[in-house]
Ligand binder design. Structure first.
Ligand code: GLY
Ligand code: MN
Ligand code: MN
Length: 433
């Protein structure tokens, strides 16, 4: 098992925490779907980032000052009968052997052991409020220590939000993480290509979704978020996931779908004509969004700030909407007053990583954050013109978004989702092939 990546993350975090501190992080809970059926288990991203450990009912403890070992994992005990019904467990021995834990204990013993680990620590790195059930365990441990203070030990002096450090670390992707993100993107690119090739009038949206899922699953991946497959009017609904309507000749279809591979997400959108040929009205909108995406991607480089790509996209889209007659006025005031919002109501991107809308601050001290090597973001301008919009009937029910995944490099950027057709000509060629 490759634990190198997680070991690095733990070391980095512990360097920042310093001695006399302890970090505590519980795994994700198991969620019920209906009656006794559970949702597929997805490990908490922070937990997985630090451990790679895939099981629920586990807790990571990092104690940088502890002589007997700094990485302690609590997890479920082995249980022959339970494993026969519900699947294998690593158990504490497996946690040490396969995941590099210095010590591992049964989760049932946590409340007995944790106070000893916390004893005389000054700071506890723990994110309160995310898991109220687990908060109680942590508070019990602290109270346990307080009650013993006459013996010369002390309870922690402060709680520090663990996600403050962790999420800033997660914003910068190491080489090994970029490799996984490239793979997630590559699988997703193939999925989109297959959906384009399979598309024809009369199919249902879920049939294109099935093409996507087939590619994800056969490559050892799953979805990073529910796939959006929206034909015609549905392309104008930003988070449309019903995917249950027929795809009609003469309409466009918008697919926003990305794979999750070993914990890392891709997030890609393409919009194309159901019948494989752009008509004039569709092309007008599509090429404007494409131009906006080009302008935005160009702005992804170290030294530019987070909002530069968005501002570039908004400039291109607003100017283009004026030229087409979708908006009236002058570019400057349409931007200043946010009038472009009528057809472009979302931002041009977000951080991408283990979570599709990944962690990391967009502003630092009130200023847009500067882009730096190792950050990964999406660039996803769009235009959405629902039926009923006055005076522009030729574009009714055209919703176009083009979304790619872009890593900031030392001197520019690298499009992780390159290779997926973007221009009208490339899309028509793939769909005809
Ligand atoms: N798939 C969600 C988004 O594009 O942000
Ligand atoms: Mn998306
Ligand atoms: Mn996105």
């Amino acid at each position: 098992m490759n634990t190198r990546i997680h070991t690095q993350h733990r070391k980095q975090l512990m360097r920042m925490m310093g001695e006399n501190s302890i970090a505590i992080l519980p795994s994700a809970p198991v969620l019920l779907r209906n009656r006794d059926v559970e949702h597929g288990f997805r490990q908490d991203s922070d937990f997985y980032y630090l451990s790679g450990f895939p099981e629920p009912e586990s807790v990571i403890v990092l104690a940088p000052g502890r002589k007997q070992g700094q990485y302690i994992l609590f997890c479920r005990d082995r249980d022959k009968k339970k494993e026969t019904w519900d699947g294998r467990r690593y158990g504490p021995e497996g946690a040490v052997e396969h995941f590099g834990a210095d010590d591992a204990f049964p989760i049932a013993d946590m409340e007995d052991i944790l106070p000893g680990l916390m004893e005389n620590c000054e700071s506890v790195y723990y994110t309160i409020g995310l898991n109220p059930e687990f908060d109680k365990h942590v508070m019990n441990c602290v109270n346990n220590l307080r009650s013993k203070s006459r013996g010369g030990t002390h309870a922690p002096y402060e709680f520090v939000s663990l996600d403050y450090l962790l999420h800033d670390m997660r914003l910068f992707k190491h080489r090994d993480e970029l490799r996984l993100m490239r793979k997630a993107a590559k699988i997703s690119v193939q999925a989109h290509i297959n959906a384009m090739k399979a598309c024809r009038p009369g199919l249902y949206e879920y049939q294109l979704e099935a093409e996507l899922m087939y590619q994800f699953n056969r490559n050892g991946a799953g979805w990073a978020y529910h796939s959006i497959v929206g034909g015609g009017a549905n392309s104008c609904i930003l988070h449309y996931i019903e995917n249950n309507q027929a795809l009609n000749d003469g309409d466009m279809v918008l697919i926003d779908a990305g794979a999750e591979y070993q914990g890392y997400a891709a997030d890609i959108t393409r919009t194309f004509p159901v019948n494989g040929r752009f008509n004039v009205a569709q092309r007008e909108i599509y090429e404007l969004v494409l131009e906006a995406q080009d302008a935005a991607i160009k702005k992804v480089k170290p030294g530019n700030h987070w909002n530069d790509p968005h501002e570039a996209a908004v400039r291109v889209l607003t100017r283009g909407m004026l030229e087409l007659g979708l908006l009236k006025g002058n570019v400057k005031s349409l931007i200043k007053e946010g009038t472009y919002n009528k057809f472009y109501m979302h931002r041009t991107g977000h951080w991408l990583g283990m979570d599709v809308h990944d962690v990391g601050d967009y502003k630092v001290d009130g200023e847009w954050r500067l882009l730096e090597k190792g950050m990964v973001l999406t660039v996803e301008p769009g235009l959405y013109i629902p039926a009923g919009t006055r005076g522009v009937k030729r574009w009714w029910n055209i919703g176009v978004r083009i979304e790619d995944d872009v890593a900031v490099t030392k001197d520019g950027h690298d499009v992780l989702s390159a290779g997926l057709p973007r221009s009208c000509e490339e899309i028509e060629a793939v769909m005809a092939g």
